[in-house]
Design a protein around this ligand. Sequence first.
Ligand SMILES: Cc1cc2nc3c(=O)[nH]c(=O)nc-3n(C[C@H](O)[C@H](O)[C@H](O)COP(=O)(O)OP(=O)(O)OC[C@H]3O[C@@H](n4cnc5c(N)ncnc54)[C@H](O)[C@@H]3O)c2cc1C
Length: 482
Amino acid sequence: MPARSGKQYLQGLKDNSAEVWLEGERVRDVTSHPGLRRGAQSVANLYDLQLDAWVSDEMTYTSQTSGEQVGMSFVVPRTLEDLENRRKMMTRWARTSGGMLGRTPDYLNVILMACAEASSYFGANRPEFAQNAISYYQHARENDLALTHTLVNVRRTRSAQGTTGTDEDVALHITDERDDGIVVKGARVLATLGPLSDEIMVFPSTVLRTTEDAWRYAFAFCIPCNTPGLKFVCRESFDIGRSNFDHPLGSRFEEMDSIVLFDDVFIPWERVYLSGDIELCNTLFVATGSEAHMMHQVITKNVAKSEFLLGVACLMVESLGSGGIPQVQERVAELILDMGVMKACLRASEADAKFDQWGVVAPDKDHLEVARNLFPRMYPRMTELLQLLGSSNLMMLPTEADFESPIQSEVNDILATDDLSGLHRVKVFRLAWDIAASSFGSRQTLYERFFFGDPTRRAISLYNSYDKQPVMDRVKEFLELD
Ligand SMILES: Cc1cc2nc3c(=O)[nH]c(=O)nc-3n(C[C@H](O)[C@H](O)[C@H](O)COP(=O)(O)OP(=O)(O)OC[C@H]3O[C@@H](n4cnc5c(N)ncnc54)[C@H](O)[C@@H]3O)c2cc1C
């Protein structure tokens, strides 16, 4: 099948409906549920964009297996140009939401590609798993699937004894190994896009050898979201039915986060990437090159998001006529620098791209690591800058209904600036509010802080893995120390 249209994507969700729970009710059709349907439509629009005649050359490439045009995010980069083409495609998707849809399907497509290219990694101890990695990638590419993923076990405690997340009844674990597959039970978090996905990637958290049966927590597999025994439990929706005018982002980009419950879920062997192998699970993301490709997608999204926030800030300043005030200039300059750092890291990662051990042209990890560690700190500050630039304007927000009511002209006149109508000003500030002050906006900030793992532990890992010797040697040489 060639790259899907939005209609085909939505039909897929209807035909293969998963067990989704939202506010105490089973959602029978996510494509028509008031809290989910407009988020689903935004994802559908991404699929349509792949087929738009004016960009389809950029969004798709020819599959060597089927000869069909398939999504560019599945491409195996064999040249630098392939990598750049993939980034251009990912940029187009990210720009449709100003980077507010974190889980566009390209995020996981690049992992599937990397795992297929590194198939011998999965086959190291169980040769049949190598073919699974290749077959599943081809299956996802040829059917243009949307995947969600979950890496983290639900834990009852963060106490020193409980930090592994593998020694508790709630962590996802293997309960049975059969001739035809494994059976798993437990709970994982936090599947963003869970209810709006076709399939789920259940990949490993770090598994420590704390107990003899630690192997039960070590596995990687991908299965359809409608597999029996699988439930997605959603948080409440930030799409509360308001218009695009009132909630410009929440009304469009609700990608939904969910807890995933596995109640003795059967996983056939052909969908298993790893089972019971702690060492291979713990090094999977780095060793297969998946992490570098994933970061490439994330930083591409971060560039689009930083550009969007900068654009909003500039429109706020224009609306208020505050561009001559030094501290306003300083705040906007900070946003320009943030965006510049993301762009520079992305560009550098491509400039220094090299073949990895699997024969794939991989973006340079070190540059992406800088961006990945900085953005969780930058983004909350970027939204703070919008708050500082906007102040009470972020609350002087009549709704669309006010602009259609008997007080319409009064409101329009009062809120007009020297150059702009009240309606124009309110549109700009409602958008700034939905980034920096609404429920939708708060979730975006939490997402940027944590979706790529806990930033504290990531910084600790960077400290421990970074080769500090060369810089220490240089200073020692300066001090003439041995
Ligand atoms: C909006 C959102 C969307 C997400 N989407 C996904 C997704 O789609 N798929 C997915 O797999 N995951 C997703 N995540 C989950 C993300 O992977 C986790 O949030 C992240 O790994 C941190 O784990 P935690 O939330 O359990 O935090 P915790 O581990 O509970 O940490 C909470 C705080 O305690 C501190 N802490 C706890 N234990 C330790 C320790 N041992 N050492 C040092 N500090 C510690 C941390 O620094 C942190 O500040 C998402 C998260 C968010 C917020």
